[in-house]
Write a protein that binds this ligand. Sequence first.
Ligand code: GLP
Length: 291
Amino acid sequence: MEVIIRPNADAAADLVARIIARELRSNPRLALGLATGCTMESVYARLVRMHREEGLDFSSCRTFNLDEYVGLPGNHPSSYRRYMNHHLFVQVNIDLQNTHLPDGMATDLVAECANYERLIAECGGIDLQLLGIGQNGHLGFNEPLSALRSRTRVKILSPMTRAQNAPLFPKPDQVPHRAITMGVGTILDCRRCLLLATGEEKAAIIAKAVEGPITSMVSATALHLHPECTVILDEAAGGQLKESDYYHWIFENQPEWEPFHEVLSPFAKNGIQATDQSEKQRVEAMSDALE
Ligand code: GLP
């Protein structure tokens, strides 16, 4: 595992987007694992900007999301399908047929989970998996005590997770109780993992995930078993790490990171989140038209 601490959330998202863009340019048929959550929004905004301004090409890219709520159709405003369409897919030149999320409306959920694993395998496996982290250390929806070798399956969501995700629903009691999620083992099979966490509220769980012992109580600790895992943080999320100096030293001295050393890209400086109102409305209309 490598840990990179950037000065702020914009710089952290910027680095993640640039790593993804680099991999996509070197392999246009990249099988890209995607994550949802507020943290990822600025990564997707950067990828959209790179598509528009630098011609970043998604036309041959295949995507697999980590998870989806059980019982929410793809056109539900709080579904992860809707989130992905809205934040990324309708804004780049990806073929929607190549974008995959588990179907939370499947009548046979067990078969749907097996089918999702099969789709990933048929694609040749996931090349790069983007990950966020929940307050309880979950990856996807791998709640505490998820087996470290688990595969895609239905998980019941903990009270902490339902509370954490409640702001994304009209009312807290509308947060589904279950979700389909890739398993910890599914995630560990990806060729490369990239975890992004920002903000002080993630500092305690990041300290456990990065410097704590491996335990199924904190699914993210399983990433220590992955041969190619990079954790990218802002100063706030890295605030409770004991060995920050060492992580900074690695980033400064590891030749692989040299191309990423230059100061923040113009995207970070300009504050990519500040999309104007008409652009927001245009994207809303495109997402709605899909449903
Ligand atoms: C949800 C997703 C996770 C994600 C988490 C973090 O629970 N299932 O994959 O890591 O949200 O979300 P946020 O970035 O909003 O903190």
